[in-house]
Design a protein around this ligand. Structure first.
Ligand code: 9UX
Length: 72
């Protein structure tokens, strides 16, 4: 089953960061969609949590140099 995870992201300092974060999320197993809102500092990700957990999403974002916190 698919679930939706919202992640608070800080450290996105230019508009191209949106593409960087969306790109790395799309590479993860089971991620169906990843939409990043720069102004809101949030990513909304649709994924199968049995394959890629919310923590794994946040870890991938953190590994790219941003600060990520799971909101819901
Ligand atoms: Mo802009 Mo973001 O030069 O990872 S792409 S700061």
């Amino acid at each position: 089953a698919l679930s939706t995870t919202t992640v608070r992201i800080s450290g996105m300092t230019c508009a191209s960061c949106v593409g960087v974060v969306e790109g790395l999320l799309h590479k993860l197993p089971s991620v169906q969609s990843a939409r990043v809102n720069l102004l809101a500092g949030r990513a909304k990700i649709t994924h199968d949590a049995a394959q890629t957990s919310p923590d794994e999403l946040a870890d991938a974002i953190s590994a790219a140099g941003y600060k990520a916190n799971i909101l819901e």
